[in-house]
Design a protein around this ligand. Structure first.
Ligand code: ATP
Ligand code: MG
Length: 395
């Protein structure tokens, strides 16, 4: 679900229908619709509710009055201006400057183009909702080998890109032999070693050349595709590469294999959020505890996950493990042999292979938790709108 509710203002019936369809397709809840900015203001002015996404149809490219009205009275609320007779490719710089200066966050020319609409909504969510500065780098680290770190990292990164529309790079930190490209059946043309061998020259441009695009908003930094002799890599070298990824992407997900060496601990420590993956097995639980104690993170940025979780395994249930692990929360990703093997066979992600996968549902919830997707502030019902608005939709 898109993190802001939408309000349509001044759209004629046919444009309103188009906009509703686009909103529905992007899982945006349309709250209410008004004929004009004055009505919207009259209905909304006493509202103390959270910010909404205002979508305003401008009567003409030069009529800035309604826009100005909304921008002044609802400071901090994003406004998408729908503009007829505006060609983004033609030189209408002055018009654009005026519209932006008056208060629009995004301008869309009519008729609505699906890709434009999607891009505008994604940018708004980034600017107005997510506080990504604390979430930029997510380390997914195995407590024990084979716990499912790569599976979780890959599917988490894909969900962040696909569901949340955030540009996400997944970096495979298996430096002797990468695994993600073989999982996706991709032959990499470049790998992370191209960067690690030249760290003094690494910049955003060079890094971009090395990334492999897998889907919309989703790229990978591949590990080596052949078994290579270890490249001496310091934590500083790796940090430099990760820093350039941060410049390129909204979110960087690191797949950190379980090596317990300095690189492992230092990379985990430097990340904004850590997802530690273990299983319902004694050695794995012991290793989770050991890694937790070594990295000493506050609970807000640490997420402990029992992967391949089976509720029937009572001896290793969440309730039983909270105390020995000394944590107040422990999350799970369900055991899902069917989904995982379908993804493996199809060389794809869980969403592509098995949409109803229980493991996927858990990974989606994990993505929401890690991104702290709650819109900032409270969400109150807006009962008043339902009486004043022209049409209340989706309720
Ligand atoms: N939730 C799950 N349910 C069932 N099987 C799973 C689940 N998660 C991962 N697997 C399976 O476990 C195996 C190991 O997974 P994966 O390669 O992701 O682990 P890893 O921790 O990255 O391993 P490594 O230590 O080799 O890097 C794979 O066969 C994968 O399909
Ligand atoms: Mg792995």
């Amino acid at each position: 679900m898109y993190p802001l509710k939408a309000i349509l203002i001044g759209l004629d019936p046919s444009l309103s229908q188009q906009a509703r369809r686009e909103l529905l397709n992007r899982a945006v809840h349309l709250e209410v619709e008004f004929d004009n900015a004055v009505d919207a203001f009259a209905a909304l002015r006493r509202s103390t509710s959270d910010k909404r996404l205002l979508i305003l149809s401008m009567a003409s490219i030069c009529d800035l009055e309604s826009l100005s009205h909304l921008a002044v009275h609802f400071p901090g609320w994003p406004i998408v201006a729908l503009v007829d007779g505006y060609d983004p490719k033609a030189s209408l710089g002055e018009v654009v400057v005026n519209i932006i200066r008056t208060g629009a966050s995004q301008i869309l020319s009519l008729p609505i183009q699906t890709d434009d609409f999607k891009a505008a909504l994604e940018r708004i969510a980034l600017q107005y909702v997510y506080s990504l500065s604390d979430t930029k780098v997510i380390a997914v680290a195995g407590a024990t080998g084979g716990s499912g770190t790569t599976s979780v990292a890959l599917n988490l990164a894909f969900e962040i890109a696909d569901r949340h529309g955030l540009r996400c790079v997944l970096a495979d930190l298996s430096l002797r032999m990468g695994v993600i490209t073989s999982h996706l059946n991709i032959e990499p043309t470049h790998t992370i070693l191209d960067l690690l061998r030249n760290t003094s020259r690494v910049d955003a441009f060079m890094t971009q050349q090395v990334l492999i695009r897998v889907a919309d908003n989703f790229e990978i930094l591949a590990g080596p595709d052949k078994l290579v002799t270890p490249v001496t890599t310091s934590a500083n070298d790796l940090a430099r590469v990760i820093d350039t990824l941060k410049q390129i992407a909204d979110i960087v997900v690191l797949d950190i294999p379980c090596t317990y060496d300095d690189l492992y601990f230092e990379t985990i420590t430097a990340a904004n959020q850590v997802i530690l993956i273990g299983e319902q097995k004694l050695p794995s639980i012991r290793a989770m505890k050991m890694v937790r104690e070594a990295i000493k993170r506050d609970s807000a940025t640490e997420h402990l996950i029992l992967n391949k979780y089976e509720a029937k395994n009572k001896g290793f249930s969440v309730e039983r493990l909270l105390k020995p692990l000394e944590v107040s929360a422990l999350h799970t990703v369900a055991r899902d042999d069917l989904g995982m093997s379908a993804a493996m066979d199809g060389a794809c992600t869980l969403r592509m292979a098995h949409r109803r996968s229980p493991a996927l549902a858990d990974i989606v919830a994990l993505a929401d938790r890690v991104l702290a997707i709650e819109p900032k502030g409270r969400t109150k019902p807006m009962g008043l709108f339902s009486r004043l608005g022209r049409a209340l939709v989706n309720s």
